[in-house]
Design a protein around this ligand. Structure first.
Ligand code: PLP
Length: 496
């Protein structure tokens, strides 16, 4: 199998590559008299010594970052099957539009008359997202899916308060397959997060739901398809039951890639849904950079959405509406992460109506094909999912001692990122695999070949797997320590 090798040698930091006096550009001497910096800036505001910036020629800067990029795994290198995260390829045209001078240079305090293009783009995006959601109103402010969830539960609170039930509706329900952000968000907003068991097919257990419903329920958060990739086929009944009890239905829309253009959350009975533009709408994510988690709602919740709302005025111009007395307030600085919105707008515009539906269909088809290649080698406790399937290494572990984490690490040697591991929590030794629509048949086959080779290796040479990775620049890292002692800053020797 052809592999894309990682560069194995240790790359020094850019500070270590610095050599005094080397520069990337040479600026010609000026031929006019200019005042010295001391005359322009009062001495009290000047630093005592120059900043210690690396001094390095331009080509070496480019090589440095190219080398670093090859030490890591990313979607421009090979398939990235991190389930539920929808690591699809990010079309480069999105970057071109996001860098349009008029957008990049726009100041957030620009008067609305001077920002009509940006406002129109935001307005368009809300209209398209509302259509995909099957709902009436959208806020673009949340910076991520998790902040969309926070918006959703704050909307639940505002809604119940407006009806006089704010004090008594204290519970938010979620199934045991839910992403950790669902209960965490409900708890952070002051609700009691109540977990419901899934049934044998991995879907919401309707009887358990009936028992949990009473007039203390504010609402339910339910991903669809859920994190096992299963469509909640009782969704209409679930929404009816929650509504009869006076609660609201929140859809965690992280898995919308399986549905968009095909089925609408609003038609299923949901009241609120968040989008992860950085997942479904192809804007880069995974490195901790900016995201965007717009929230769509049915009209009965629109008055409570955060301010400002992007609106179209009667004369056809676009503006920001602040005068919304029932709004729960402001959620994000200015208007949200605008650059991500431009990328998502471009992505949707390039796909068009047919393409958006085609994306969902192809993501399900790709997963069906990949699952068919893998299901005789890995257990699939709940069966094939829509756009993602959750395999388990539990039998492999019993037989050979090889764990899910070992398989994940070994995949790096084959030039692939691992699937999501140990999630959802209701599958032991879980490997949650989402290929996305942007992979070719050949790329899916290469990935399957690697997974099958590892399953065989677990039987014939388990130590090769349990000691992986072997071919990466660094071997197994102490992930616990890396998460607890985050220390990414370069320190000069003369500093402490
Ligand atoms: C990614 C994800 C979230 C959280 O979204 P962020 O944009 O990462 O905050 C919530 N639920 C599910 C199912 C997810 O996959």
């Amino acid at each position: 199998m052809a592999r894309f090798p990682y560069t194995a040698e240790v790359t020094p930091t850019i500070f270590e590559k610095s050599s005094a006096g080397r520069t990337g550009t040479v600026v010609p001497e000026g031929d006019v008299d200019t005042p010295g910096v001391e005359e322009l800036i009062p001495a009290a505001h000047l630093r005592a010594s120059p900043p210690r910036l690396p001094e390095i020629p331009e080509n070496e800067v480019v090589r440095h970052y190219t080398q670093l990029s090859l030490k890591n795994h990313h979607v421009d290198r090979a398939l990235y099957p991190l389930g539920s995260c929808t690591m699809k390829y990010n079309p480069k045209v999105n970057e071109a539009t996001a860098r349009t001078a008029g957008f990049v240079g726009l100041h957030p305090f620009m008067p609305q008359a001077g920002a009509q293009g940006a406002l129109e783009l935001m307005y368009d995006l809300t209209v398209w997202l509302a259509e995909i959601a099957g709902m009436e109103a959208v806020t673009l402010q949340p910076a991520a899916g998790a902040q969309g969830e926070m918006t959703g539960v704050l909307l639940m609170r505002s809604y119940h308060e407006s009806r006089g039930d704010g004090e008594t509706r204290t519970k938010v329900l979620f199934p045991d397959s839910a992403h950790g952000t669902n209960p965490a968000t409900a708890a952070m907003a002051g609700f009691d997060a109540v977990e419901l068991p899934s049934d044998a097919a991995g879907r919401v257990d309707i009887e358990a739901l009936r028992e949990a419903l009473d007039d203390g329920v504010a609402g339910m958060m339910l991903t669809n398809p859920n994190t096992l990739g299963k469509f909640e086929s009782d969704i209409i009944e679930i929404c009816d039951l929650v509504h009869e009890a006076g609660g609201l239905m929140y859809m965690d829309g992280a898995n919308l890639n399986a549905l968009m253009g095909v089925a609408r959350p609003g038609d299923m009975g949901y009241d609120i849904v968040h989008f992860n533009l950085h997942k479904t709408m192809s804007t880069p994510h995974g490195g901790g950079g900016p995201g965007s988690g717009p929230v769509a709602v049915k009209s009965h919740l629109a008055p409570f959405l955060p301010v400002p709302r992007v609106v179209r005025n009667d004369d056809g111009s676009f503006g920001l509406e602040w005068d919304r007395p029932e709004s729960f307030g402001k959620l994000h600085g200015f208007y949200g992460n605008f650059g991500v919105m431009v990328r998502a707008w471009t992505y949707m515009r390039m796909l068009g109506r047919q393409g958006i539906r085609g994306t969902a269909e192809a993501s399900v088809l790709n997963n069906a094909y990949l699952t068919s290649l893998l299901e005789t080698h890995y257990e699939l406790p709940f069966g094939r999912g829509m756009h993602e399937s959750v395999f388990s290494a539990s039998e492999i572990k019993k037989r050979t001692g090889v764990k899910t984490m070992d398989i994940a690490k070994r995949l790096l040697d084959f030039g692939f990122h691992a699937p999501t591991v140990y999630f959802p929590l209701n599958v032991p030794e879980a490997l949650m695999t989402e290929p996305t629509e942007t992979e070719t048949k050949e790329s899916l086959e290469r990935y399957a070949e690697a997974c099958i080779a590892i399953a065989n290796e677990a039987e014939s040479d388990p130590e090769r797997v349990t000691t992986a990775p072997h071919d990466t620049p660094l071997r197994r890292l102490d992930e616990g320590r890396a998460a607890r002692e985050l220390d990414l800053r370069w320190t000069f020797e003369s500093e402490d």
